[in-house]
Each structure stands twice: as C-alpha cells, then as structure tokens.
Design a protein around this ligand. Structure first.
Ligand SMILES: Nc1nc2c(ncn2[C@@H]2O[C@H](COP(=O)(O)OP(=O)(O)OP(=O)(O)O)[C@@H](O)[C@H]2O)c(=O)[nH]1
Ligand SMILES: [Mg+2]
Length: 342
C-alpha cells in the first residue's frame, strides 16, 4: 500500500552523497584556470541537483494525505501524526528549493568570475550553505524515516470492497477466526492485546471476493479514553465495515466478565447504528463459565438484530461454515450501488 516510500537518508548521508558524487566531476579545458572554473561550476550545480532530487523524491513518494481515503488518512494520523508529517514534508520541500537556489546563485557567480581563488571560494560557500540548510532539517528527516518504516507496514486494505470486520473484547479469538477463514495469519496468543493493528484477509464466496479485517481488542470505555491500538479498531468499524461479527467469550478464558463484554457491545453498537452486527458466542468447545443468564443476554442482543445467536469454535470447527453462510448475503449487498439502499 505505502511500501514504495524510499528509505529517508539522514542529513549527513544526503550531504555525503551529494559531495561525493560532485567530487568525481572534472570538466576538461587546456587552460588550467578555465578547467577549475568549469569544474567548480559543474560541481556546485551537481550538488544542488542531487540534494534537490533526493529531497523532492521524498515529498513525491509520501502519499498526499488529502487525497487518501479517510480510513488511511486517520490511520496514518494515529500511527505517525498527520500534522508532523505535513510539516516535515514541507520542510523537506523548502530545503530542496533553497539548496537549488543557493547552488544556482553560486554557479552564476563562478561563471562570471575571473580568479581561481574566487572560483574556490564560491564553491566552498555553496557547499557551506547547502550543508547548513540540509542540517536544519535533520530532525525532520529522522522523523520521516521513522514514519516511512511504520507506514510501509500498513496492510493493503481496500475501503471500496465489501468487508467483514471481526470485533470484540481482547483475547476472545478474533485473530484465530480470521486465520481459520482466510489466508491471513495474524499472531494468536492467550493474552489480551496480542493484535496491535489492523490485519486483512480475503475470502471468496461464489466467485466474489470479500475482505475480512481482524481488529485489536476493545475495552468498555469511551472513545476519548481509548488508546491508539483501540482507535485502529474503531477506524475499521467506522470506515470499512459492511458487516460486523462481534465475538463474546463465555468460557472465562478471555479474562473479561460478561458484564464488560455486553457493555462494550452496547457501546459499540450505539456508536455505529447503521452497520449490521452479528453477535456470536465464541470458543463453544469450552465450558460456559458465565452461566445461562450470559447466554440469554447475548441471545437478546442477537434478537435485536433479528438473528439467532451462533455458537462457533475454531478448535472444533462448530459454526464456522454457518457463520460464513450467514455473512455472505449481507456482504453481497455491499456490492450493490449506493442508491439500492435508499
Ligand atoms: N478453546 C478455544 N480456544 C480458542 C478459540 N479461539 C481462540 N482461542 C484461544 O484464545 C486465545 C486468544 O485468541 P486470539 O485469536 O489471539 O484472540 P484475539 O481476540 O485476537 O485477542 P487480541 O488480539 O488480544 O484482542 C488463544 O489462546 C487462542 O488459542 C476457540 O474457538 N476455542
Ligand atoms: Mg488478535
């Protein structure tokens, strides 16, 4: 998705690259003075061009935030901070133009000059000013490289195809479910917050391709107090979901009591009233330690969605096929043009 952003060099590396390439330039002239004049002029121009090209490549290769889908724009904001990204790219562009301008001024001076000392002085002057400008954006370059390393790991999510989002409290088996139904293999572990970002897999049903998103676990608290990991789950719900499968764990294994799980469900449900939700009882191979009242609670939630509650287990396989069959019609509706919903 954003994996073609190049490594961002440090200020020192950019300067080394430009000066090293320029040092190899020799322009021939049988008169020594003119040889120095032409050579210095060419070196100064080369330094300006190399620094300009290097910095402008970063400006071009980072995505233009305003043109991104809001899911990606807000995800990048959570992961790297859009203001900081914009400021750093603007600084990069400023430095690129400044270096080009400085070098072209010194280049002209050399061409108009008469003395070898003056040629050397102008070249040294240009190098000094370029160094100073590039060093001024040293912090921005370091930040851009960090941002690049984070952004290139963002999975290729297509916000335009019908998408099943798997959500729920931590440790209920969301990642295990996505790895059971798609090729995606996110980490699965017996502790909460194993998943720290968005994972995407695909399923094909009747030759139609759907996207399945595994989200980080959510806690029953309001959006303002959520951390950056939880916020990514909310983004997936807000911008990607055609249908949400919300998993409950009655085995006691996830570590969150049923009151918390139901509290979370109700909170999320209220936040996204227009998205169809499918509550499911996960880990059906395990004993229900939450009691029959807990089952009744989830059944009530399912009924409000005009559905039967489904029991699933990725260990025994119970309900997994049925779940897919239940999801298919809703996902197919996601293919209909927008006016069909009116
Ligand atoms: N017995 C049983 N264990 C399961 C089932 N599904 C998941 N688990 C186990 O539950 C634990 C949590 O599974 P994950 O898939 O990592 O849970 P998660 O909801 O993605 O967790 P977070 O990413 O931390 O939110 C792991 O130890 C899984 O092996 C199931 O159907 N039956
Ligand atoms: Mg997970």
């Amino acid at each position: 998705m954003f994996d073609n952003i190049p490594t961002v060099l440090t200020s020192q590396e950019i300067l080394d690259k430009a000066f090293h390439r320029a040092s190899k330039i020799e322009v021939e002239d049988h008169v020594a003075k003119y040889r120095i004049k032409k050579t210095n002029a060419a070196k100064v121009q080369a330094v300006g061009d190399i620094v300009f090209e290097t910095l402008m490549k970063y400006v071009r290769k980072f995505p233009s935030l305003d043109q991104l889908h809001p899911f990606h724009r807000e995800l990048i904001n959570i992961l790297v901070d859009n203001d900081q990204l914009r400021k750093s790219l603007a600084a990069c562009q400023w430095a690129a133009k400044e270096c080009k301008k400085v070098c072209s001024q010194h280049h002209i001076k050399i061409l108009k000059g008469y003395q070898v000392d003056y040629f050397n002085q102008q070249m040294t002057g240009a190098y000094g000013r370029v160094s100073s400008v590039v060093n001024q954006i040293a912090e921005e370059l370091l930040y851009l490289n960090k941002a690049r390393n984070i952004m290139r790991k963002i999975p290729s999510v297509d916000p335009t195809i019908p998408t099943l989002v798997i959500a729920g409290p931590p440790n209920v088996g969301k990642s295990q479910l996505i790895s059971a139904i798609t090729q995606a293999k996110p980490a699965v572990a017996s502790y909460p917050f194993t998943t720290k970002g968005i994972h995407v897999g695909h399923i094909e049903m009747d030759r139609e391709k759907f996207q399945v998103i595994d989200t980080p676990g959510l806690l029953d608290r309001d959006l303002e107090t959520m951390n950056d990991i939880e916020r990514q789950a909310v983004l997936a719900l807000r911008y990607l979901s055609t249908l949400v499968v919300f998993m409950f764990d009655l085995s006691g294994g996830c570590g969150y009591p049923m009151t918390d799980q139901v509290g979370l469900y109700e909170r999320v449900r209220k936040e996204f009233p227009d998205i169809p939700f499918l509550p499911v009882l996960a880990k059906s191979d395990l004993e229900n330690l939450e009691g029959d009242e807990a089952v009744a609670l989830v059944e009530k939630l399912a009924k409000a969605e005009k559905r039967e509650v489904l029991r699933i287990s990725t260990v025994s396989g119970e309900g997994v096929m049925e779940l897919m069959e239940l999801c298919a019609p809703k996902l197919r509706e996601g293919f209909l043009p927008e006016e069909s919903f009116t």
